[in-house]
Design a binder for this molecule. Sequence first.
Ligand code: MG
Ligand code: ZN
Length: 210
Amino acid sequence: MHDEGATARPKGPPVFLDRDGVICELRPDPISGELEGPIHVSDTMLVAGAAAALVRLRAAGATLVGVTNQPSAAKGIITLEEQEEIQAHVIELLHVEGVVLDRWELCPHHPVAILAALRVDCHCRKPRPGMLINAATELDLDLSSSYMIGDSDTDIEAGLAVGATTVILGAVDGHKRRHPERADAQRADLAAAVEFVLGHARDRNGPASH
Ligand SMILES: [Mg+2]
Ligand SMILES: [Zn+2]
């Protein structure tokens, strides 16, 4: 008999993560004043404690998938190249902190985009679940045991659509967070959400067999 648990990575659940407001700090939009994701590389920074929380999830064997709507280029606010530089910077900042996500899914579309090429009523833009479904197909993930962590109603709806257990972050409702009660759990930040996920997954799997 092989002891397959001896050296194998522990098996944890798939965890989908929104980017802005979860992993990356939000910034006030210069025009609307609303908190939005970064639109400059120089504005792009990780939420304090987020990388450490992801390291903890990774150590528990979770598969980490970033799922992020990025419509700024579609809206003509920044170029697609700038948008890609910001995403590359996020990946680099995480790498420096010792975290590499298993996959990123990014939706660059917007239904009323200024850029015609990105004016798509797509299946990937949250609240639609296309990014989660695509990642599940590519990585052979079990959606019924998955989690979705986000800070907006659209994150929660995308998670609910695939049967994920959902966690909404933050304490203050805003234009993107009107129905936190739709989520299975509410937590202050990613570190607290990760504690919830690990505890929930442990309870679901029953008493540890090892
Ligand atoms: Mg967000
Ligand atoms: Zn899309």
